[in-house]
Write a protein that binds this ligand. Sequence first.
Ligand code: CUA
Length: 340
Amino acid sequence: MRRGSILQLVVIGVIAGAIAGAVAYFVPWLPKPATLEAERIDWVFWFVTIICIVIFALVSAVIVYSVIKFRVPPDDDTDGPPIHGHTGLEILWTAVPALLVTAIGVFSAIVLAKNDNLGKHPLHIDVIAQQFAWSFKYPESNGLASTELRLPVHRSVQLRIRALDVLHSFWVPQFGQKQDAVPGQVTTLHITPTRVGRFPIKCTELCGLGHAFMRATAIVMPAAEYDAWASKQGQAQSTGGADAGKAIFDSNGCAACHTLKGPERPAKVGPDLDRLPAFAKGPGQTLDAFIRESIVKPDAYVEKGYPPNVMPKTFGSSLSSKQLDALVKYLVASTRGGGA
Ligand code: CUA
């Protein structure tokens, strides 16, 4: 092969590689990672992408060069020369891909093993998915609960994900991984946040009418702030003070389906709680007894115009009797003023 030809091949290859490289690098395909695990996954992506760009450049160079150089003149009707293969080339194009695929496999296995390693003292947080809200429990902070996921930065965290009704899926794009929430199973996701900030949590499994609204926020905080938040909130929710009922209402995601005191984004899946006193007349119960029954046995009486079998039947067991009392008290007090 002449020197000029090799130079042409190299120039075409470099141009093709530069274009592909620019598309990979300058287009923001993925969000900036916010966990150690997502950073490692990004490294695997880049490893694979660079291999692909090099191969793309090589193939493009040969194709473009051949199309130009070996173009048939308009009046040439002869057959092309017979070719009998090339043992050396065949060995090369078998061995090189085999090596590359093995390298990708080994690199991925190392990243998977590292990402699954919880370390010595992981923080456990329970993630509960139900139509159509997320809630979070912090067993290491006295059963503290919240509707946004609070995380201390630079700490290894294991999320234990449960679904109370149907399939859901937990996804924070910046955390780099999705994990299904499966009724009857506990699935896990390991993350080590690296950046303080707020990140969106999305349900990424079609789970019913309110799927598109099944969102929450993950808040990554400095460790000291996280500890202060956990101890303050934990106390407020466990002592059953005046705000306990509201804290339980907020932290169990009730507002995802119910309107109470006309919030700015009215929820429409479940009955409007501002009208509870009127609804209680349906089964002819006292307001207190009606609210209590509706929380523990939601399908005992369903107000006309609202779907049955949507409200989770789990609150009777997931709330303590003290918490249930506080919640009922809060709802009675909130609705009596503006109700029937
Ligand atoms: Cu839950 Cu979609």
